[in-house]
Write a protein that binds this ligand. Structure first.
Ligand code: AMP
Length: 282
């Protein structure tokens, strides 16, 4: 596995591969790799000749009150895991490389970024779309891989890629969970034992909500209230939002139909966890 820190070196290496008609799969991450990340890397490994991943804790997607400084950075371990999964190139830029030339350009996506995560974290998605656009432009992969764990992020990035005519196929991979259902996240390491135990209520509530819908419930308010009560009755989690929306446009829906995204964010202590499911409603 090559570890490359500069854009010039990465581009020149990738040029060689592209000349040989090798397909490039790219997985952008913030590191602290877990089985969720590794599932994306493995999918990229299956589908491409060359796998590139990036590890970069992107400061512009954190607000000043968030956990940029304490975000875990176990680089040695990440390198071992990436290499074991068959990564060919680990791109490891620093802030100077990504933002050093006093950039005046930000990539933003309207509307889709105003709800759910965007309401609680108003500057978050501009940071995400800007860094993903930069990375996609540097790597110019055939395929790029994202996790359904960040459901809104996937929708926002798909729209950005469509609007800016990126010639890269976006591949979305399913959520990888712990045995007890908690969605894997680099932030799970922040949870104390009590919060970790209680956190299983998120996926349990989503699954119960899915069952309720399968049993015929069609009112989104009833589903949202049901999830809220379930979480509040079984944990000390502080609910940030619970959304029951159209899975493509993220629009609120009163009566459930078609592909519905049920997504939530809940804080346990200072740790904010997100999770979601998609339900097909007839
Ligand atoms: P991050 O390092 O948190 O920016 O995540 C990098 C990529 O891994 C994103 O596309 C995430 O959606 C994806 N990811 C994170 N956790 C999971 C998970 N539990 N299952 C599947 N994908 C995940």
């Amino acid at each position: 596995m090559l570890v490359i820190k500069s854009v010039t070196s990465l581009r020149s290496k990738l040029k060689q591969y592209k000349k040989q008609n090798k397909s490039i799969g790219f997985v952008p991450t913030m590191g602290a790799l877990h089985d969720g990340h590794l599932s994306l890397i493995k999918k990229a490994r299956e589908q491409n000749d060359i796998v590139v991943i990036s590890i970069y804790v992107n400061p512009t997607q954190f607000s000043p009150s968030e956990d940029l400084k304490q975000y875990p950075r176990p680089l040695k371990q990440d390198k071992v895991l990436a290499e074991a999964c068959g990564v060919n190139i680990l791109f490891l830029p620093d802030d100077q490389t990504m933002y050093g030339k006093s950039p005046l350009t930000t990539v933003t996506v309207d509307q889709l970024t105003k709800t759910m995560e965007g309401k609680s974290r108003p500057t978050h998605f501009a940071g995400v779309t800007t860094i993903v656009a930069k990375l996609m432009n540097i790597v110019q992969p055939d395929k790029i891989y994202f996790g359904q764990k960040d459901a809104q992020q996937v929708i926002v990035i798909k729209k950005m890629a469509q609007d800016l005519h990126f010639d890269t196929k976006i591949v979305v991979c399913p959520i990888i969970r712990e045995k007890d259902g908690l969605a894997l996240s680099s932030r799970n390491t922040y949870l104390n034992d009590n919060h970790r135990r209680e956190s299983v209520i998120l996926y349990q509530s989503l699954k119960l909500a899915r069952q309720k819908i399968k049993n015929g419930e069609k009112k989104s308010k009833i589903i949202v209230d049901f999830i809220r009560e379930n979480i509040l009755n079984h944990s000390h989690g502080k609910i940030d939002y619970i959304a029951c929306v159209d899975a493509e446009l993220l629009k609120d829906i009163k009566t459930l139909h078609g592909k519905v995204l049920i997504a939530l964010a809940v804080k346990f202590g200072t740790t904010r966890l997100i999770d979601n499911i998609i339900v097909e409603v007839q």
